[in-house]
Ligand binder design. Structure first.
Ligand code: NAP
Ligand code: MG
Length: 410
């Protein structure tokens, strides 16, 4: 039994951010069944559940981001981003902003997503043997745009007025003959530069190739700037390291990147502009079997890390749970968030036993699925096998806990 062994000491405090709905239920189970029995760990707890965010006027979210900056590593549960329906459901003072958006802005981070691979759930694309990770630039472009509904004939222009009183630049976008739409977008060298640094560094950590694609043949100024900044970062800081590690930086047109990825065997970090990353990470998520098989980590240019699941709070399952019905929600991505955070904590602290625990935790989870014990979302896509058995939310975690115990006492 666990009690017979000494608990493994985690040297530095880990920042914990709790969340909402079904993931909040699973979060507690993950801690009780997989973390607390084995680790002597100090958690700095931030309750980012919607009620607490509302009570604190969202201050708690900002505080949690500061805590990640202080300690370096955090692990986060999924949280509700309020909309109109949530306003009345939770009787909110305000439609609070997305906590992920707030934390991302505070850390100036890049979001990396990667699939959890198991041998009995084949990716929809058969060529993919090794993971394809996505690095999404999470600043600017259409996510911070200005749009005009053009009512009728007139001139659509783009204008830049320099702060130093220099000459104003004015270009015509379109001479409208009738109604239409108009959009202005931007990005900054600083943000693109942090994105490039984060991608080169993350791919180097994983020892996978880095791909980047833009539409620079059409967008000769905007997209071309992304290409140039990546090239400069590579030449200045990574070329030698990449060559020594046997990995490459590959730039190509975004269309070509998409075509190639379908035939590649994987083992890639695919750096994507904001919109490309938004769309393509969902495509990859579903191609790898289930939303619950996608991990997510926010990496700041200062080397701060926040691990979470890529999926949301699984609201539909929560409502079933509240009615007392059985749920079969998948905790894989939550377990991997804990495993990822603990592994990083162990690496930063120089504590190999914590790294080893984190690896065993992740392996216990994938071994469980590979043994045929899985939640409903996976059973639908798994290779048929007489051993396959659908379990409920808690049974799955119990099965992982048992495997973890076996690995730790081996
Ligand atoms: P979701 O929670 O990701 O769930 C969408 C559907 O995907 C679920 O209904 C379920 O399908 C399936 N699914 C997702 N995770 C699963 C898991 N762990 N196990 C089994 N099935 C899973 O997305 P949503 O329902 O659109 O969003 C709910 C709330 O989450 C929203 O309030 C949103 O703001 C928030 N959200 C938070 C984050 C975050 O904090 N990172 C990200 C996205 C969304 P079936 O119903 O078919 O079983
Ligand atoms: Mg998306």
């Amino acid at each position: 039994m666990a009690a017979a062994r000494n608990k493994i000491l985690v040297k530095t405090t880990l920042v914990e951010m709790d969340g909402d709905e079904m993931t909040r239920i699973m979060w507690q189970m993950v801690k009780d069944k997989l973390i607390f029995p084995h680790l002597d760990i100090k958690l700095e707890y931030y309750d980012l559940g919607l009620e607490k965010r509302n009570d604190t006027d969202d201050k708690i979210t900002f505080d949690s981001a500061e805590a990640i900056k202080k300690y370096g590593v955090g692990v986060k549960c999924a949280t509700i981003t309020p909309n109109k329906a949530r306003m009345s459901e939770y009787n909110l003072k305000q439609e609070w902003k997305s906590p992920n958006g707030t934390i991302r802005a505070a850390l100036d981070g890049t979001v990396f997503r990667g699939p959890i691979l198991v041998n009995n759930i084949p990716p929809a694309e058969r060529a993919w043997q090794d993971p394809i990770h996505i690095g999404r630039h999470a600043y600017g472009d259409v996510y911070k745009n200005a749009e005009i509904a053009v009512p009728g004939p007139g001139k659509g222009e783009i204008v830049f007025t320099p702060a130093d009183g220099g000459e104003t630049v004015r270009l015509t976008i379109q001479d409208f003959k009738g109604p239409g739409v108009l959009q202005g977008i931007h990005n900054t060298d600083k943000s693109i530069g942090s994105f490039a640094k984060a991608c080169f560094s993350y791919a180097y950590d994983l020892k996978v190739h880095l791909w980047f694609g833009t539409k620079d043949t059409i967008s000769k100024t905007y997209d071309a700037r992304f290409k140039k900044i990546f090239e400069e970062e590579y030449e200045a800081n990574w070329k030698g390291k990449y060559e020594a590690a046997g990995i490459e930086y590959f730039f190509t047109l975004i269309d070509d990147a998409v075509a190639r990825i379908m035939r590649d065997k994987g083992g890639i970090l695919w750096a994507c502009k904001n919109y490309d990353g938004d769309v393509l990470s969902d495509m990859l998520g579903s191609a790898y079997g289930s939303l619950a098989m996608m991990t997510s980590v926010l990496v700041s240019p200062d080397g701060h890390y926040e691990y979470e699941a890529a999926h949301g709070t699984v609201q539909k399952h929560y409502y079933k749970h509240l009615k007392g019905e059985e749920t079969s929600s998948n905790s894989m991505a939550l377990i991997f968030a804990w495993a990822g955070a603990l592994k990083k904590r162990g690496e930063m602290d120089g504590t190999p036993d914590v790294v080893d625990f984190a690896e065993k935790l992740a392996k216990a989870a994938t071994d469980t699925v590979e043994s045929g014990v899985m939640t409903g979302d996976l059973l639908r896509v798994a290779i048929e096998n007489p051993n396959n058995r659908k379990v409920n939310t808690e049974e799955f975690l119990d099965a992982v806990a048992q495997r973890l115990e076996e690995k730790l006492s081996a």
